[in-house]
Design a protein around this ligand. Structure first.
Ligand code: HEM
Length: 137
């Protein structure tokens, strides 16, 4: 009887853990790839996208999803990494070296626009910027 009770407790603990983990994974995936519904570009939301493969940056109060672009950035992904989840206006305007990006870069950037900081946007916009055409110059 004691053994049965132990099995029941251990079993249900594992089950609850698995269910919670699945919920967590769904939430993370939805925040980047979800379709339908809306998402608000709060500072907290922007901050969550702070890594390679899931990188949002702010330039001039607009939020850009450069997750895919990182891989083909002529200045390498590593130069953008410090700005993932943060304001990258100065970094973008100076290339970290006192010289501006070309107009080509400016027009590429527009393809990754999610919207102004604080705006509520369609989740479809995230998907669109993940598959933006301008991955190369
Ligand atoms: C936010 C931080 C960023 C930093 C610090 C940065 C830095 C750099 C550096 C060091 C280079 C190579 C050296 C050079 O061409 O002068 C470069 C080139 C380039 N970057 Fe970035 N970059 C950033 C973001 C972006 C973004 C978001 C885009 C476009 C979506 C972009 C597009 C380009 C392009 C097209 C080039 C080729 C040269 C040019 O057109 O200016 N960069 N970047």
């Amino acid at each position: 009887m004691k053994l049965l009770l132990t099995f029941a407790i251990v079993g249900s603990t594992i089950l609850v853990g698995v269910i919670q983990y699945q919920g967590f994974r769904t939430e993370r995936t939805n925040s980047v790839n979800g379709v339908g519904g809306t998402i608000t570009l709060t500072q907290a939301e922007i901050t969550r996208h702070n890594q390679d493969g899931d990188c949002w940056i702010i330039v001039d109060d607009n939020v850009y999803n450069v997750s895919r672009y990182l891989q083909v950035h002529p200045g390498l992904a590593t130069t953008i990494w410090p700005y993932c989840g943060r304001d990258g206006t100065v970094g973008y305007d100076t290339k970290d070296a006192g010289r501006p990006h070309t107009r080509t870069a400016d027009s590429l950037l527009t393809q990754y626009l999610l919207g102004p900081v604080g705006a509520t946007i369609s989740r479809d916009r995230i998907e669109a910027t993940n598959s933006a055409a301008g991955l190369t110059e």
